[in-house]
Ligand binder design. Structure first.
Ligand code: KMH
Ligand code: ZN
Length: 275
């Protein structure tokens, strides 16, 4: 099987330090968490940023600070800024980090309920994001929270708005979207087009079981505090790296070895690398 790409979603937009005091939020904390997770085996850093009050923001200056801090301390993993931000943000606010020309960025593929909120991703918004990413040769991670989202991504492909290689992130268990279960994971994977690569992310207590099934199915894995703050039931994770390390141990026991950042770039057909 292909080597396993581990993505770490280090802070997200919703979790707070009250939920888990080990959550990284400042630029320096994000950089240190990214480096520690990379050393543990992560090849992709899925990045959200927060302002001084800990609120989610898509302001380019906060991304700049976090990414500069990461580079300064030697992070070489693929940095994948979020263009999802938080539910309720405008598309203009959300798209800002694309201006950095990152190697990857997320492209959310459909409107879903998101807890008590609505996460709006209509086709005109998706087209805008896809066009900008294609112009800049940024690989979109096609985030799908429900089965119909995959079809929306394929619609963009039909319209010529995506590059040849498609990479999906199947997010299972967002309250309001498709619940996490092995049956739903299999269902979504069967809908993917031939040749696509995919990552799966299970929310909350589903992070570990979805990851374990994904390892065996040949997909790639996302873990991290954005999706889950616990190590075990009732025990908070001490760091994102702790969650990554567990995936590395499990995967290697099954004979699935871990992709370095440069191997991940090759698997994902990322043209613009640092190497
Ligand atoms: N925070 C969620 C509303 C993404 O990063 O692209 C959206 C999200 C998806 O996290
Ligand atoms: Zn995110």
């Amino acid at each position: 099987m292909e080597k396993l790409i581990i993505t770490v979603a280090i802070c997200g937009a919703e979790v707070t330090k009250d939920d888990n005091p080990n959550l990284p939020l400042s630029a320096l904390e994000l950089a240190e968490a990214a480096l520690e997770a990379e050393k543990a085996g992560a090849a992709i850093i899925h990045l959200h940023v927060r302002d001084e009050a800990g609120q989610p923001t898509q302001n380019i200056e906060y991304f700049r600070k976090a990414i500069d801090a990461m580079k300064e301390i030697g992070v070489s993993a693929i940095i994948q800024p979020s263009t999802g931000g938080a539910a309720g943000m405008s598309w203009e606010e959300r798209i800002q980090p694309v201006d950095f020309n990152p190697e990857m960025a997320t492209l959310d593929c459909g409107t879903v309920n998101f807890g008590d909120g609505i996460f709006i991703n209509d086709l005109p918004l998706m087209r805008r994001f896809a066009i900008k990413m294609k112009e800049r040769s940024i690989l979109p991670e096609l985030e799908c929270f429900d089965a119909g989202n995959i079809n929306n991504a394929l619609q963009l492909k039909k319209e010529g708005l995506l590059q040849d290689h498609l990479h999906f992130d199947l997010v299972l268990g967002v309250p309001g979207a498709l619940p996490a279960s092995v049956k739903n994971l299999l269902f979504m994977v069967e809908l993917l087009p031939a040749g696509a690569t995919w990552t799966a992310a299970g929310i909350g207590r589903w992070q570990l079981p979805i990851a374990m099934h994904t390892i065996l199915m040949g997909g790639h894995v996302r873990v991290g505090f954005e999706d889950n703050i616990y190590y075990k039931k009732g025990i908070l994770a001490t760091s994102n790296a702790q969650l990554v390390s567990r995936i590395v141990r499990i995967a290697e026991e099954t004979g699935r070895y871990i992709a370095s950042p440069s191997e991940a770039r090759k698997i994902l057909n990322i043209r613009k690398g640092r190497e």
